[in-house]
Design a protein around this ligand. Sequence first.
Ligand code: SF4
Length: 295
Amino acid sequence: MKESCIPVIADIHFDYKLALGAIKAGVDGLRINPGNIGSEDKVVKVIEAARDKKLPIRIGVNGGSLDKKIMEKYGGLCPEAMVESALENIYLLERLNYPWMKVSLKSSKVPMMLRAYEQLAEKVDYPFHIGVTEAGTEKSGLIKSAVGIGALLDKGIGDTLRVSLTADPIKEIYAGYEILKVLGLSKKGATLISCPTCGRTEINLILLAQKVEELVEKIDVPITVAVMGCPVNGPGEAKEADIGIAGGLKQGLIFKKGKIIAKVKEEYLYQEFVKELEKTVQEYKEENNEGFTTF
Ligand code: SF4
């Protein structure tokens, strides 16, 4: 724990003694899965060990490991069963006078998790950790997570989140920030606008947008970058952005703060754009007293 520069959360399943060990080792938070942590007396022992530190505890209900009794009662997995599982543990912690909790109700099925969170939000006022569990690979998982997490956040449900992907975990962080940015809940990092291309596109816009996206992912200031395909609809978006390109016939216009600053042949367009983008980021940082950036 001493080696970590970020808070360490212990995610405990099955064996409550692991939770006791993690508390002793100095974790910053715990997740317990009510579906498999076992009988009430085990949860009580964990709570008593966590009490002195007022350790945040997440009651982490997961559709894939719901308590058998509850599943039998409802005839299978459903939002009501997930909510009942969470409530059993919320009420237990309340009886133990332990308010330092948050709750998650994750399912790999987006409608299931949406209904579960919505129902629980009407019953309790604790912070919610939200996410679509086992969402899938980078492609399908991103879509599921964006739909599920986005729909909840837009209703004001959710205090922390995790995007779960079968991919490099760094991509989960990026996706999480993208969801927040799309909803206007975070200003961290740049936003890319790019057009879908059509018969008017006369430069290799798909490749150009992909290359610009790789740069945009590294930018840590809230600027807008537009990559548009043609001089018909492109300049409008490019002008609105902090910096943008509008393609033409084997060439492109570079816009900055609404003005054309260069007309460049396609073969040099990316490299010229990179220079201007770098300057734009730097200017933003100077205006806002931030550090230095190079790509
Ligand atoms: S901006 Fe131009 S090239 Fe891009 S989709 Fe719109 S009309 Fe087509």
